[in-house]
Write a protein that binds this ligand. Sequence first.
Ligand code: SF4
Ligand code: SF4
Length: 274
Amino acid sequence: MSITLCLPDDDRSCFACCPPIRPAGYDHLDWETSLRRLLVDNTERFQTSGPRQEIITGYFCWALGFLDRAGKRIGCLLHPAQNQGRALRHLTGYGDKCRRESCPQTKVFTGLTAEQRTCLMGLADGLDSFEYSSPKKNLMWAGLSWGSVVMAALTELEQGRPIAPARLREFCPVLTRPDPDGRSYVLGRLIRGRGPRVLIDPDLPARLEALVDRIKARAARVIDSPLPGGTPAHALPFPPALARFINRGLGRARVTGDQGHQFQEMIHREVDRR
Ligand code: SF4
Ligand code: SF4
């Protein structure tokens, strides 16, 4: 069976998106000591008294606990998988939100092959559930934010072997930080044209920034700003990274479909220029 990002193996699990309302930048790892105590309490109370109706009010959920006796995997005690298929998450008041909750990284990871997933899992080797769930500690979170084209290229370069964090830091430091403003779209296009080895070009960070600056300058010249009409780019049928780049990279909050296509063609022309 293929590895999933939420539950990769018997030694750890991800609980980064529990509960589904968290402040920006929140990281469970920052609160590990106190959270571990709460998780022990939650698990014991659940085991002795069973599920109860209690609405979540803060940034912690009473239904989050240890899923195994060894206390390695952390997750939802109300999940159907823990309760003979019964749906119980509504007891916290966040049932629908919990069912819908996913992360962009999961979508990218799910689209990769089993071999590519195993290769990326090297970045999380040896991490426990707190570290695994931490965007700061687990380099896979930053890597996956660069999208499937970039991640597939990375695994191709590594010929499917698990990648150690130190190796990524050394040969492709750009991917150790989350993709800012949809640059993954530009980098993905670069990879399509020139192959995965662009990732190990020591000048990649500077080249990528220069390219983005060129695209921004071109966007300012060729397409009117502010744009008349339109909708948020993410609501149009564009790749998510392109929508993010149009919105945050190029600063266009709303575009029409035609304007979006104009941006896309202009980006392709600029990246493909030799
Ligand atoms: S009910 Fe379960 S899935 Fe929802 S926030 Fe609580 S622990 Fe997470
Ligand atoms: S943050 Fe993503 S990987 Fe982690 S539990 Fe939620 S959906 Fe799964």
